[in-house]
Design a protein around this ligand. Structure first.
Ligand SMILES: Nc1ncnc2c1ncn2[C@@H]1O[C@H](COP(=O)(O)OP(=O)(O)OP(=O)(O)O)[C@@H](O)[C@H]1O
Ligand SMILES: [Mg+2]
Length: 430
């Protein structure tokens, strides 16, 4: 049986020749010639097609549109006019993994579509950002193709348990150890990494990167330009300057940002929002923006999730109740539990032993990271607009988080196998 495909090449110079050729493509049948992106998305939503052949020049094609095609389970194969390298590159940066020349001929196109469909059966879901296309001038040492940094998502339930403090300190420690580290603020409720680090210029680094990613223009160099270098080996993508700008952090674009981040930094640490709700009423409206989409996309991409809870009865209960959901949202990630502000007051004597035992009994968590209550040091760091690492290096809270960072730094395999390792920043002149 032939595979039903949508065609969206309106206006391309090769349109007529292509339509003629596709009539002879083995195994494909064009069920609709779409006049524009809206037409393509509407046709995809009907479920009548399994793939779409899309021209690189299709107006308004962006990461969000590709996410909607993926949600409709329509595989995308890009078409680029002969010699249109920029178009091909843009498609790949948007996450279109299969791009064929428009004059490739019917058998080659049919093969590309069928290969995509075969691959999607293995992947489980179509779409998603592909790796950065290799370019010979983007080699930070080791070959761009071999680089694959890790993504650490820092999440915690409501109640300000210390997510930002953990994210900032762990990132600062990784950088101090010589690992190029990217710290990103994806909290759509209360972004504050920029303020915590004393960055007075509130340029929305992550939103800018997401915007560029959505338009298909985010390569590693563009990401580096959006991420300010605040210390040796530490770059920061600040968050949205006002909570009502959360719509600028769309999950489809963020997935591309995280993929590029893996090529830029050995470790990317992301401060996430607390809320995991998926806005059930909106689930059927795949085009509706979701405030928690940024956190969900980050958890989905993460290699490690640091689940941060406050070390008091309320904080521990919130964390324990949320952990199954976090595990479900990041099934591939290693989950590490971090309890902050560990003290006797709300827990009683021997708080370390009590908290460890409680987590083991109610959540099956072994060996949580326990960060001592250290208000004086945290206040000093906040006042100075610096990380604990810089402001109060001898503080017990910093030392506990430094041990966690050292653990993370040695994880992930040997150089060349995708794990964090010492290397220089990509030379992008940023
Ligand atoms: N180990 C600690 N000891 C004492 N105070 C701490 C500790 N960790 C964090 N704090 C303080 O707790 C407060 C909340 O921390 P933080 O901003 O990191 O939490 P959050 O989970 O990111 O909160 P939000 O919900 O606002 O994003 C801050 O004033 C911070 O300085
Ligand atoms: Mg925070």
């Amino acid at each position: 049986m032939s595979v039903p495909v949508l065609l969206a090449v309106t206006g391309a110079s090769y349109e007529d020749a292509l339509v003629d050729a596709l009539g002879r493509a083995p195994g494909l049948v064009v069920v609709r010639r779409c006049v524009d992106l809206a037409d393509l998305l509407a046709a995809a939503a009907t479920g009548t097609a399994r793939a779409a052949l899309v021209d690189a020049g299709l107006r308004r094609l962006d990461a969000e549109a590709l996410a909607r095609l993926a949600a409709a389970r329509v595989e995308v194969v890009g078409l680029a006019a002969p010699g249109d390298d920029a178009g091909e590159r843009r498609l790949r940066q948007l996450g279109v993994c299969a791009v064929v020349p428009a004059d490739a001929g019917p058998p080659a196109m049919a093969e590309a579509v069928l290969r995509r469909l075969d691959g999607s059966a293995d992947r489980g879901a179509p779409g998603g950002p592909g790796p950065e296309p290799t370019r010979p001038d983007e080699d930070p040492g080791g070959g761009a193709g071999s680089l694959r940094g890790r993504l650490v998502a820092v999440w915690g339930p409501t109640g300000a348990p210390g997510r930002t403090t953990v994210a900032v300190t762990v990132a600062a420690e990784l950088a101090r150890a010589g690992l190029p580290t990217l710290l990103a603020d994806a909290d759509t409720y209360g972004a504050c990494v920029g303020q915590v680090l004393g960055l007075l210029d509130e340029a929305p680094g992550l939103a800018a990167a997401a915007r560029t990613a959505n338009a298909g223009g985010l390569d590693v160099a563009a990401l580096a330009r959006a991420a300010r270098e605040v210390a040796p080996d530490l770059r920061v993508l600040t968050g949205v300057s006002r909570p009502d700008r959360w719509t600028e952090l769309r999950p489809a674009a963020l997935s591309v940002v995280w993929e590029r981040a893996r090529s830029l930094a050995a470790v990317t640490v992301v401060d996430c929002g607390f809320c995991l709700e998926q806005d059930e009423e909106l689930v059927y409206d795949t085009a509706a923006p979701r405030r928690n989409g940024a956190t969900l996309a980050t958890l989905d991409a993460a290699d490690v999730v640091l689940a941060v809870g406050a070390a008091d009865p309320v904080g521990v209960q919130r964390l324990v109740r949320a952990l199954p959901e976090v595990r479900g949202l990041a099934p591939q990630a290693e989950l590490r539990v971090v309890l902050t502000r560990v003290r006797r007051g709300p827990v009683g004597s021997e708080p370390q032993a009590r908290l460890t035992e409680t987590l083991e009994r109610y959540a099956g968590v072994h060996g949580p990271v326990l960060v001592p209550d250290d208000s004086a040091a945290c206040d000093t760091a906040l006042r100075q607009g610096r990380s604990l690492t810089e402001a109060v290096p001898a503080s017990p809270a910093r030392l506990a988080l430094a041990r966690l960072a050292a653990d993370l730094a040695t994880q992930g395999g040997a150089p060349g196998q995708g794990g964090p390792r010492r290397r220089r920043w990509l030379r992008v002149g940023a």
